[in-house]
Ligand binder design. Structure first.
Ligand code: HEM
Length: 352
């Protein structure tokens, strides 16, 4: 009974608060529980604590239109941009929460996350976010946060690559700080073991289903030679290639990625359909053609759950799309700043 009462009052609170927020779009929950709970609620409802899809309904109804109008031509002429923007959201959320900390340049009190090991010479799309932000400041100045621009751009990128769409809870605010150390410690390296991946995802409140579904983001985009070289020449310190890597594929990769040099040469993460958001990533893993160690260990890492999920998503694209959408909402609510916390930056590269 007590449980029912708590649930009822939480629901009432959420309803009152979201009505208030829609009427007064400058306000989030303001109760300081935006990140503490850290997850999405109810799965299908698309409501995360403190974030909700209609956040800009009155304050900036054009937000989606503006984002689409910038991204459509850019992604049509350079499909990789979609991949870069999707990854940007992931790297934002895993370091200090989805608060656009990743966009901050070095400045007063800020050591930029752009210089962390996973991001340096690797993370892209900053100029595209700037372009969107400039347009948004023209139509609704001071309203749309950079963190929401990143989340919305990630969704738009998936849609424009042929993937699913989802109802996206909004209302994230921007941090006034960045954390290069969290960027270094929380974002998994490409040679991660399955256990390492599970642990780093768990740290963010994400489970094994989220891990496998979100890894499906590697259905688009590319990786540099340096991120998979070890697999081609010396996976276990014995001067032998990774035995789980399919031989013909391994051979092809060696021409892109020589033993010495060529570290910045790039190759698709999904060699079959690099610009299309689909489930071939999982089929490739079954064939030993997952590019990164972190891709292949989802199948070969001897964790029953992730192994089964790779097979399931390889067989059933609709299920992958459904789970990917849910996991993106979950990832997108990690550590979100709401209410009066943080700020809405005018320029995504620096605090106001
Ligand atoms: C599971 C742990 C993950 C690891 C170890 C990992 C690692 C990597 C690495 C090493 C690259 C290549 C970077 C470079 O060569 O410069 C990459 C690219 C990429 N990652 Fe991940 N990633 C992971 C999860 C994710 C997630 C959760 C997403 C999104 C939902 C994602 C989306 C992407 C995309 C789209 C690219 C291509 C980017 C581009 O072409 O610019 N990754 N990832």
């Amino acid at each position: 009974m007590a449980l029912v009462k708590v649930a009822l009052s939480l629901t009432t609170l959420a309803l009152i608060s979201s009505t208030f927020c829609i009427a007064h779009p400058g306000f989030g929950f303001g109760f300081g529980w935006g990140s503490g709970f850290g997850g999405s609620v109810g799965g299908g409802g698309g409501l995360s604590f403190g974030l909700f899809p209609q956040f800009y309904q009155f304050s900036c109804p054009q937000v989606d239109e503006v984002i689409m109008s910038v991204l459509e031509p850019i992604i049509a002429s350079n499909p990789r941009t979609a991949a870069s923007l999707l990854r940007l959201h992931f790297h934002d959320c895993f370091a200090q929460g989805c608060d656009a900390s990743v966009l901050l340049d070095d400045g007063a009190g800020v050591v930029s996350e752009k210089r962390s090991v996973p991001n340096m010479n690797s993370l892209r799309g900053f100029e595209v976010i700037d372009e969107i932000k400039v347009k948004l400041e023209e139509v609704c100045p001071g309203v749309v946060s950079c963190a929401d621009v990143v989340a919305l751009s990630a969704r738009a990128s998936v849609v424009l690559s042929g993937g699913p769409s989802w109802e996206l809870p909004l209302g994230r605010r921007d941090s006034k700080t960045a954390s290069i150390s969290l960027s270094n410690s929380n974002i998994p390296p490409p040679n991660s073991t399955i256990q390492n991946l599970i642990t780093l995802f768990q740290r963010q409140g994400l489970n094994e289903v989220d891990l496998v579904a979100l890894s499906g983001g590697h259905t688009i985009g590319v990786a540099r030679c340096t991120t998979f070289k070890q697999r081609l020449y010396n996976q276990n310190g014995n001067n032998l290639p990774d035995q789980t890597l399919e031989q013909t594929y391994s051979h092809e990769l060696r021409s892109v990625c020589p033993r010495f040099g060529g570290d910045n040469n790039i190759t698709p993460l999904d060699v079959a359909s690099p610009a299309r958001f689909d489930n071939t990533y999982f089929k490739l893993i079954l064939w030993g053609k997952g590019l990164l160690t972190s891709d292949e260990v989802l199948l070969t890492g001897r964790v029953q759950k992730t192994m089964e999920l790779v097979k399931t998503y390889a067989e059933n694209e609709a299920l992958f799309f459904e789970q990917f959408s849910q996991s993106m909402v979950k990832m997108g609510s990690i550590g979100a700043l709401t209410g009066s916390r943080g700020e809405v930056r005018k320029n995504c590269r620096r605090v106001n």
